[in-house]
Every structure is written in structure tokens, then in C-alpha cells.
Design a protein around this ligand. Structure first.
Ligand code: DX5
Ligand code: ZN
Length: 217
């Protein structure tokens, strides 16, 4: 598949989300951060908003669920029209069953790890996933500093995928910018979320192109 850029709308203007998404026309996906004020100390939006956003754009939605009880809530976001749904393993009681349910419902199944969550216990589960998300900040807010300590985990995850001969996408999220994206790509990531880097740029779509070029370099 190659390099993909998935801007996060977390730092966009929530009062005009449709227009904000129209400013990132060359994005591969729109990353939507769903937060419930329990799994993370922040609150964003739920399925109704996501469904409206899905109807307003041709760009597929990449939902990142930072919510408790993912087992019970994740399928709502497939129904809302998301092409990819990421749940946190720390919030899922039965991640294998959940990944299978997401796939069966017609979306790409993805699992996220917080910075302190190791990849090793989940190696055998990787073939059940279409994407693995390795967080490079503590989830909850945009604009935080990239955690270099997560780079070895990205490297190890990519090595596991190569070993298993699977083509699982490897996404990074948190502090991704022109300054940090090359490190992530070099470690083996191929799907890049960028929130504040894109929406603080004067021309967000141009930043998407610049991030893509930097990751491909
Ligand atoms: C943080 C969210 C991210 C956030 C990234 O918990 O999951 O998607 O929007 O924002 P930046 O790119 O500013 O770190
Ligand atoms: Zn996110």
C-alpha cells in the first residue's frame, strides 16, 4: 500500500468540521478521535457526529476509539460509516473476537497500544488485524511532544510482521510532524496520523503533501 497520511481533526475547528475536512483533500483517511472522558481525560464526539462526517466527505474515516468497553461500542462506528476502526487493547476484554466482529461488519480492524503497553503479548494476534496503532504520546490531547521511547516498539512490531509474512499496516499517532516523521518511517511505520502539524499549517493540504514526501524519503 505504501505511505498513507491520515490527518486528525482533533485540532481542527469543531464548529465547522465539514469545511475543515475539505482543507485536506489529498489525505488518504480522516482520523477521528473518539474520547469518552473515562479511558482518556478528554471528551470529543460520538457516533452521530461521526456518521454526519462520513456523509460529508468521500475520504474514508479512520476511527480511533479512546473509550472504555470497546467490546460493546466499537461496532457502532462501523455502522456510522468508518472504513477503519481502531480499539485500544487496554479497553478490550476480548480483542480477537472484537477484531473479527469489526472485519465481519465490513471495516478494517485495528488495535492500538498506549506507550507503556508492550507489543510482545500480542504477537500471535497480529494476523487478526488490518492495522496496528502504536501511540507515540499518551492518548487524550493533540499537540503533545513525540515520545522517542516508542520507536523501538515500532521496530519490533514491524519485525514481527515481516516474520509472520503479513501486510498489517503500522500506524503511528502523536507528535508526528516534519521533524519526527522520518524517524517513524525508518522504524517501519507506514500510516501516519498528524493533528496539530496539519491544522496549524497555513495550508493543511500542502502539509499533508510535505509529510508524505518526508515519509517517502
Ligand atoms: C491523541 C490523538 C491524536 C491527536 C494527535 O490522543 O489520538 O490523534 O490528534 O495530535 P498531534 O498530531 O498534535 O499529536
Ligand atoms: Zn488518534
Amino acid at each position: 500500500m505504501g505511505i498513507q497520511i491520515t490527518p486528525s481533526i482533533l485540532n481542527a475547528d469543531f464548529a465547522q468540521l465539514g469545511a475543515e475536512v475539505a482543507r485536506i483533500g489529498s489525505a488518504d483517511w480522516v482520523h477521528v478521535d473518539v474520547m469518552d472522558n473515562h479511558f482518556v481525560p478528554n471528551l470529543t464526539f460520538g457516533p452521530t457526529m461521526v456518521e454526519a462526517l462520513a456523509r460529508s466527505t468521500d475520504i474514508p474515516l479512520d476511527a480511533h476509539l479512546m473509550i472504555e468497553d470497546a467490546d460493546r461500542n466499537a461496532l457502532t462506528y462501523v455502522e456510522a460509516g468508518c472504513g477503519s476502526v481502531t480499539f485500544h487493547v487496554e479497553a478490550a476484554a476480548a480483542p480477537v473476537r472484537l477484531a473479527r466482529e469489526i472485519r465481519a461488519a465490513g471495516a478494517r480492524a485495528s488495535m492500538a497500544l498506549r506507550p507503556a503497553t508492550p507489543i510482545e503479548p500480542y504477537e500471535d494476534l497480529l494476523p487478526e488485524l488490518d492495522m496496528l496503532l502504536i501511540m507515540t504520546v499518551e492518548p487524550g490531547f493533540g499537540g503533545q511532544k513525540f515520545l522517542d521511547l516508542c520507536l523501538p516498539k515500532i521496530r519490533r512490531a514491524r519485525a514481527m510482521m515481516v516474520k509472520h509474512g503479513i501486510e498489517t499496516w503500522l500506524q503511528v499517532d502523536g507528535g508526528v510532524s516534519l521533524e519526527t516523521i522520518e524517524r517513524c518511517a525508518e522504524a517501519g511505520a507506514d500510516v501516519f496520523v498528524a493533528g496539530s502539524a496539519v491544522y496549524s499549517a497555513a495550508d493543511p493540504d500542502r502539509m499533508v503533501a510535505e509529510l508524505r514526501a518526508a515519509a517517502e524519503a
